[in-house]
Design a protein around this ligand. Structure first.
Ligand SMILES: CC(C)(COP(=O)(O)OP(=O)(O)OC[C@H]1O[C@@H](n2cnc3c(N)ncnc32)[C@H](O)[C@@H]1OP(=O)(O)O)[C@@H](O)C(=O)NCCC(=O)NCCS
Length: 197
């Protein structure tokens, strides 16, 4: 079996293994209340550093996880994107896709671009039949990314996150995409690119 790639390249981004130099900008993002608005409060430097150690261990053990995202033109680290196993406390199982970017990197289409590469990795390299995404009802920016990459929500799957106390972060939505849906979308996008649209 061929080794799975640890680095994904898109038009504008690199999804790559984490480096020591990512720790400070990652901690700055995690200390930003706007970035953490839907994620349960800001993180300390120690918590933020520990999260990277965990990402590295998980990636090494499974061959997938959270990649560091870098803008190719500037070499700037701007956040993370990737695939993870759904937490066991959740009412379903599967592999979820996710993203978190520095506030300065919002509004450029980077999350969408990174996420499409992660979907293709999940379907082509991991052989998944479907990928899901979870977020709070109020995280409209994240839900917009889900829709942009072709995911759809079934309101019947909305759930209360059992790990979160009562409050605005408890009610969650679920978006999903199948391998077949991604295959059709990718074929359409390739056709549009060939026709110069
Ligand atoms: C969720 C999050 C990653 C979304 O980032 P984002 O930049 O809004 O999402 P996208 O990458 O899809 O970018 C889309 C925006 O870029 C704009 N854009 C600019 N240039 C673009 C380009 N070349 N291609 C595509 N979109 C482009 C789009 O018009 C859109 O703008 P809008 O927000 O005004 O509608 C970001 O808000 C974030 O990190 N939030 C905090 C962490 C978080 O909540 N993570 C999710 C947990 S579930």
């Amino acid at each position: 079996m061929t080794e799975k790639p640890t680095l994904l390249r898109t038009d504008r981004l690199l999804l790559r293994p984490w480096r020591e130099t990512d720790l400070a900008p990652w901690a700055a993002m995690n200390a930003d209340p706007e970035v953490r608005q839907h994620l349960g409060g800001v993180m300390t430097r120690d918590q933020s550093d520990a999260s990277v150690r965990r990402f590295q261990e998980e990636f090494a053990a499974r061959g997938y996880g959270w990649w560091a995202v870098e803008v190719r033109e500037s070499g700037a680290f701007v956040g993370f994107a990737g695939l993870d196993d759904v937490d066991e406390e959740m009412p379903f199982t599967g592999v979820e896709i996710g993203w978190r970017l520095d506030r300065s990197a919002w509004g450029h289409g980077y999350a969408t671009e990174a996420a499409l590469a992660c979907l293709d990795f999940g379907f082509e390299q991991l052989g998944l039949d479907g990928i899901l995404a979870l977020t709070t009802v109020g995280n409209l920016r994240s839900q917009a990314v889900m829709r942009r990459i072709g995911m759809t929500r079934d309101p019947a799957e909305d759930f209360d996150d059992p790990t979160v106390p009562d409050g605005p972060l408890r009610a969650n939505v679920v978006y999903r995409i199948s391998r077949e849906r991604r295959r059709r979308d990718a074929a359409r996008q390739a056709g549009q690119a060939r026709r110069g649209r």
